[in-house]
Write a protein that binds this ligand. Structure first.
Ligand code: C2E
Ligand code: MG
Ligand code: MG
Length: 753
């Protein structure tokens, strides 16, 4: 049920029923009938003629008696007196009038009107004087009205003082049964077409007077008689309404359920047709909706002409609400389309349920903004569409959603992880071929973020895949998999900046130094600065972990400059004590290509007055530098300033050799993975030996890191390795300890290596 009420159909139905209960449809019904009858006209029947007495303002009883006598000579079929009956002025005139009335017999009747619409109570009527009327019939005329007091319907008869009086319309129509309920006028009757004759014309014996023969003549003072509001014509004489009422009574049927219930049959039909339309598609849908609109608008009119009065308001209200809701939904859906390309956007993906057993994939196109910048504006959409087509073809997915900045997202069947990664690799290969947009050709590369967490809601999945795709792009990786556990880390990562600041302030973040030994001189010749964080609640956090987080959160700069500053303090102090002491710091790949890097480094060494050649900058993760040319240029400039450059973790990055060829470095650090196994594994041993030879051939110093046993150290020394670092020779320690170890090494009391 709740589900049903959420649909636009259910909502419209509920809203309509509530509004109908408050009679809110009345203005609609009013407007409908007013418009209908403004546009449909019929002439009044010639069988009823108004004999107007406005031209005899002071008609006495004798005068009226005289007029009736003259009228009788014209042989009307029947006469209705709709004017105030003058009585009491002259007994002779009254007697003459009573006599004339009597002589008419049953061919004369008197009309008593209610002076206001919607007042049907006995005291609304002034019955004519009984001494004049005698046995002649008295008819009544009174109308029920709508909220604007337009006449709507009338009862067949009204009881006054226990006596039942027929209404004028029933008398005119010849319906004399005591039917219960109301009848409805035919408002098509144009009041101006009712034949009229001024009483003076009858007195003067004009030719027009002969038109009274055989007709029903209503003797009326039109201008003095009450007027009523008449659909399509505003104020009209009450006699016209009686005539329209009689015409309404002549329709084949007379059916109405009253103003409230009368709207239900058409409403039910329209609801049914709309429901059919909402479930159907194509022409059936259109046909059902057309039928519903037709039923609401045309059917009440057609039926009314046959005498069946159903109100259209509830049905129209329902159609209006339903139509508005649907249009609004359509508009909301259109907003979910990106305009330039016509592809649906990420909202459209996030707002709709994703089929069970699906992965969410976001692809990000590298250098997308650059591509757009070189393309004329009218080709932007085509560019997005072409990428989407390529993705669709490769992924087998029909709908590809486009986000800002070169993001494309879709949901596809979740395969086993290995297969899924292979599949995305295949899709990536499709982008090896350049894009051809207009006359422009572009080489591009694509990176993927993959979300496989079915348990999460769709917006979270889309956002996660998006963030992971951005990471893949930033780190230069082809595919990055989103781990749900990271969501729990999100608040921590997002507030990392403040936490780092706090850690630096209160000393939870500190710098450790691991000594480096000169294998030729047999002494400590330098140290690597390694960052540490003892978090008060989380305990020691591994540097790899929080540096990655700081990189993601864009907080790595502050941390790096703090490390540089601390490392310089240590280097200055140690160099003051004796021979040259070389200090190494690690530079995050995220920072390598930053435009302000060189300027900041230069400024710091100038301020601290240190010879930059005492500082070694270690760089790693070479493949994830976003802007390679800018990165290479920065590193060359650092070297020109005097800094030494070291390639960290050599042998692990995918492009180590290429990097070695491109970059002007001074030192190479063989990754501890090789060092660890070289004593036991001949292959690793060969790699280390040859790397040392290669480095020397290129004029580089070689550092071996991660030396944990004497055997390995021995081998390295034999191979001609220049520098050594590892737990065997000294763990990372605080500055005070480093100072002691260093002092001991200078005195030669340290362990001999
Ligand atoms: P890395 O630059 O390769 O640093 C060497 C890592 O090897 C250090 O780990 C060190 O404690 C560890 N190590 C040294 N000798 C041995 C040994 O004999 N055996 C074993 N098993 N490990 C040894 P740590 O301090 O955990 O640092 C990990 C990584 O975090 C560093 O790798 C570096 O990439 C990064 N890092 C540390 N400090 C900084 C920093 O200030 N800035 C940046 N950007 N990265 C840093
Ligand atoms: Mg390092
Ligand atoms: Mg290393």
């Amino acid at each position: 049920m709740r589900q049903f009420l959420r649909t636009s159909f259910g909502m419209s139905l509920l809203a309509t029923l509530l509004l109908a209960m408050m009679a809110a449809g009345e203005p609609l019904a009013h407007t409908y009938w007013n418009v209908v009858f403004k546009n449909m006209h019929r002439s009044a029947p010639s069988s009823t003629v108004l004999l107007t007495v406005d031209d005899q303002p002071n008609l006495t009883s004798a005068g009226l008696a005289d007029l009736l006598e003259r009228l009788r000579r014209r042989m009307p079929s029947r006469v209705l007196i709709d004017a105030p009956v003058p009585v009491g002025e002259s007994p002779a005139g009254d007697a003459a009038l009573a006599q004339t009335v009597r002589s008419y017999g049953s061919d004369i009747s008197f009309i008593a009107r209610s002076d206001t619409v919607d007042n049907l109570s006995a005291d609304a009527f002034v019955l004519p004087a009984r001494q004049i009327v005698g046995n002649a019939e008295v008819l009544v005329s009174a109308w029920r009205g709508n909220f604007l007091l337009y006449a709507v319907s009338a009862p067949y008869a009204i009881t006054i003082d226990g006596r039942k009086y027929n209404t004028v319309s029933t008398a005119l129509a010849g319906v004399r049964t005591g039917t219960e309920g109301d009848y409805y006028p035919d408002f098509r009757i144009d009041p101006s077409t009712i034949p009229r004759l001024p009483s003076k014309a009858l007195v003067a014996g004009d030719a027009g007077a002969s038109s009274l023969t055989g007709r029903t003549v209503i003797v009326t003072g039109v201008s003095k008689a009450p007027s009523v509001l008449y659909f399509g014509h505003s104020y009209t004489s009450a006699a016209a309404l009686d005539i329209a009422g009689a015409e309404g009574l002549k329709a084949p049927f007379s059916v109405s359920l009253g103003p409230r219930l009368g709207s239900l049959p058409i409403f039910a039909l329209v609801v049914l047709l709309t429901w059919l339309g909402s479930r159907a598609a194509g022409w059936r849908k259109a046909a059902a909706y057309v039928a519903a609109v037709g039923a609401a608008i045309v059917l009440p009119l057609i039926l009314r002409l046959e005498g069946v009065v159903f109100a259209p308001d509830t049905a129209m209200m329902f159609m209006g609400i339903y139509g508005t809701l649907r249009l609004w939904q359509k508009r909301a859906r259109r907003i979910q389309l990106t305009s330039a390309s016509g592809l649906p956007n990420l909202l459209a993906l996030a707002n709709n349920p994703i089929p069970v057993g699906s992965d969410v994939v976001v692809a990000v196109v590298a250098r997308y903004e650059e591509i757009l910048a070189t393309l004329p504006h009218d080709l932007h959409g085509e560019c997005a569409r072409q990428i989407a087509r390529r993705i669709a073809a490769g992924s087998g997915t029909e709908t590809i959603h486009q986000g800002d900045g070169g993001h494309f997202a879709w949901a596809e069947e979740a395969r086993p992880l290995e297969m899924q990664l292979d599949h995305l690799e295949g899709l990536r290969a499709l982008f090896a071929a350049p894009l051809l947009i207009g006359t422009h050709t572009f080489d591009t590369n694509i990176h993927f973020g993959l979300d496989r967490n079915e348990g999460l809601d769709t917006p979270t999945r889309v956002n996660s895949a998006l963030a992971t795709a951005n990471e893949a792009l930033a780190n230069g990786r082809a595919i990055e998999l989103f781990e749900a556990s990271r969501l729990a880390e999100a608040p921590w990562e997002l507030s990392l900046h403040a936490r780092i600041e706090e850690g630096l302030r209160n000393g939870d973040i500190w710098l450790a130094f691991q000594p480096q030994w000169d294998l030729v001189g047999n002494r400590i010749c330098g140290a690597e600065a390694l960052i540490r964080w003892n978090h008060p609640t989380r305990g020691p956090i591994a540097p790899d972990a929080f540096i990655l987080q700081a990189e993601r959160a864009g907080r790595i700069d502050a941390l790096t400059y703090w490390v540089l500053d601390q490392a310089i303090t240590a280097a200055l102090a140690l160099n003051a004590r004796g021979p040259r002491f070389q200090m190494s710091i690690n530079l995050s790949a995220q920072m390598v290509d930053k435009p302000d890097l060189v300027g900041n480094f230069a400024e710091i060494v100038r301020r601290r007055q240190i010879d930059p050649s005492l500082l070694t900058v270690e760089i790693t993760e070479t493949s994830s530098v976003r802007n390679r040319p800018a990165g290479c240029q920065n590193l060359s400039r650092l070297r020109e300033l005097g800094f030494r450059l070291s390639i960290d973790d050599f042998g692990t990055g995918e492009a180590s050799l290429a990097y070695l060829a491109d970059l002007p470095s001074d030192e190479l650090k063989i990754d501890r993975r090789f060092i660890d196994r070289m004593a036991t594994n001949p292959r690793d041993n060969a790699i280390v030996a040859n790397t040392i030879a290669l480095a020397h051939a290129l004029g580089q110093k070689v550092v071996a890191e991660g030396i944990e046993n004497a055997e390995t150290l021995c081998m390295l020394r034999a191979m001609g390795c220049d520098l050594a670092q590892g737990y065997l020779l000294g763990r990372p320690e605080n500055y005070a300890n480093l100072e002691q170890t260093y002092a001991a090494s200078l005195k030669g009391v340290a362990r001999q290596v």
